[in-house]
Design a protein around this ligand. Structure first.
Ligand SMILES: NC(=O)c1ccc[n+]([C@@H]2O[C@H](COP(=O)([O-])OP(=O)(O)OC[C@H]3O[C@@H](n4cnc5c(N)ncnc54)[C@H](O)[C@@H]3O)[C@@H](O)[C@H]2O)c1
Length: 522
């Protein structure tokens, strides 16, 4: 096996170049002609077609992007039987060979990166820069976990004493159910699935109902890379398929990324042991957040304002890492509010396929209704300082909104909105801001704008979040650079794209051998 070059992040497209921008339209048109994309249930080498589940363009809801079969309980059972079989073979393949399959899948994606990004533009209304970054992140996960699994296979060094040999090795756990959200339609399912496969598990992917087309592409990449059909199955479907997978006694690990209520339900269900079940299920859960940015009195507003606006409104605030609260020092609160409001009033709200778009539509009608409800509550309880209107009438658009002076305890300040709504609050000090952050049940990302190193150190120590960003935006974690994941009710404390992530998919086994030999064998 060739030695792998050190990991490096996949470079994003240089969209400022007109020649690169021209390629985007070229990628979109042929894909549009192929719509709707068929997404069958794929279990091992078998497929079952269907049209019960439709993903539509959030910017043009009558346009169907993918037609998927809807996985039934029988499909779930069949997929688990298949995965058990697949696990027997795949777990015996060396980590180096498994890595090669993932690297070939990464190469497959690299060759089709524009088509994959175009699909995200259509299926999830991801604007081009975000869609491109998502494809790059998917490639990064494949490359990073491939290398990580090779390193993990060597085991860890233990203390050795004379007459004794100690060994610590990691072995795959078995069948992994991957349950994914839609907001990073390729990268997140790819990351969880790649981690499972790299470490020798068999995976069953249940993608979000909003993005089956992107999941089908992931399946094709992995199969084209050489992952055996029995080791990776795809179950397009809704929450019931996910909960049937979680409850299945032959599933060993559940890798879930999604909302807090669903995550809690999964953790509860996975804790049950069915009669005859001989293992404890492990849940890797990455959940929602309520991400705050603290702005101290000495902050550079030229840096803080654009970073806050893009952290809150890029992809219409539908990143788990999106900023949703700003806690600003009284001394500069008026200036910050005025400048953020001014920047929000000129945001371009439009279709994801338009390169100038800052804020695309949200994913679906129910999301639009949820964001509208929070915006109405914010207007009733606080003071709206900016509302970017009008927005296009066709598609699930929500006006980007900034609200100030909300009362403590308002739902707008406590709940995850997952849309283009930002709340700004005044605080008397950074210490007070830290108290507010510490009072939240979530702990995903956080931001700080400050110049004084002692303030930065203070916030670093006091901040409960999984990812703290200092003097920069709160979104855009990169594999290998910002291992990503939340604390508290934001998740089980895992860090996707970091050095420890693969440990969730393996079991450690220690073997101790007495190497002293006495007498002769007769
Ligand atoms: N922490 C992170 O890294 C991270 C990353 C992305 C998204 N998120 C979070 O995900 C949420 C948005 O994604 P979403 O709307 O797809 O989340 P969601 O929880 O509604 O759905 C996620 C997945 O769970 C499935 N599901 C629904 N009910 C289920 C059940 N009872 N049992 C098993 N599976 C079930 C869905 O079909 C989907 O595939 C936000 O809360 C966001 O913060 C977190």
């Amino acid at each position: 096996m060739p030695t792998l070059a050190p990991f490096a992040n996949e470079p994003v497209l240089e969209l400022r170049r007109s020649a690169v921008r021209a390629q985007l339209a070229d990628a979109l048109a042929p894909l549009e002609r192929r719509l709707p994309l068929p997404v069958p249930v794929s279990v091992g080498g078998d497929t079952r077609s269907g049209r019960e589940l439709l993903s539509t363009d959030p910017g043009d809801p009558d346009r169907v992007i993918a037609e998927a079969a809807r996985a039934t309980e029988a499909d779930v059972n069949g997929a688990v039987v298949c995965a058990r079989r697949g696990f027997q073979a795949w777990s015996r393949v060396s980590a180096a060979e498994r890595a090669q399959a993932l690297l070939r899948a990464a190469a497959w994606m690299r060759e089709r990166r524009l088509e994959l990004a175009a699909l995200e533009v259509l299926e999830c209304a991801k604007p081009w820069p975000e869609a491109d970054a998502d494809v790059c992140e998917a490639i990064d996960f494949l490359e990073y976990y491939a290398r990580g699994a090779v390193a993990l296979e060597a085991g860890r060094e233990l203390l050795q004493v004379t007459g004794e040999r100690n060994e610590l090795r990691y072995v795959p756990r078995g069948v992994v159910a991957v349950i994914a959200p839609w907001n990073f339609p390729l990268a997140i399912p790819c990351g969880m699935t790649a981690a499972a496969l790299a470490t020798g598990n068999a995976a069953i992917l249940k993608p979000a109902e909003q993005s089956p087309g992107s999941a089908q592409m992931l399946l094709e990449a992995l199969r084209a890379g050489g992952v055996p059909a029995d080791a990776i199955s795809l179950l397009p479907g809704e929450g019931d398929a996910g909960s049937a997978l979680v409850a299945h006694p032959e599933v060993h690990t559940i890798a879930f990324t999604g909302s807090l209520p669903v995550g809690l339900e999964i953790i509860r269900s996975a804790a049950d042991t069915a009669p005859g079940q001989r293992h404890l299920k492990r849940v890797v859960a990455e959940l929602g957040g309520k991400n705050c940015v603290i702005v101290d009195s000495d902050a550079d507003l030229d840096e803080a304002v654009p970073a806050i606006v893009s952290s809150a409104f890029v992809y219409a605030g539908q990143k788990c890492s999106a900023a949703s609260r700003v806690l600003v020092h009284d001394a500069i609160a008026d200036a910050l509010i005025e400048r953020v409001a001014g920047a929000v009033r000129v945001l371009v709200v439009g279709q994801a396929s338009e390169l100038g778009t800052d804020v695309p539509p949200v994913i679906e009608r129910s999301a639009q209704e949820r964001v509208d409800r929070f915006a109405e509550l914010a207007a009733a309880e606080g003071r709206v300082v900016a509302r970017r209107e009008p927005v296009p009438g066709r598609g699930w658009f929500c006006p980007p909104t900034v609200v100030a002076d909300l009362p403590a305890g308002s739902d707008v300040l406590e709940e995850e909105v997952f849309g283009p709504l930002l709340a700004i609050e005044r605080v008397g000090s950074v210490e007070q801001a830290c108290e507010v952050v510490d009072g939240l049940r979530f702990g995903l990302t956080g931001g700080l704008f400050a110049r004084d190193p002692t303030t930065i150190e203070y916030v670093r120590r006091r901040s409960p979040v999984g990812n703290l960003y200092v003097n920069r935006g709160t979104t855009g974690a990169m594999v290998g650079r910002q291992p990503f994941g939340g604390n508290r009710l934001s998740g089980t404390g895992t860090k996707a794209g970091g050095p420890d992530y693969l440990l969730h998919f393996v079991e450690p086994r220690a073997v101790t051998e007495n190497t002293m030999r006495h007498g002769l064998v007769v």
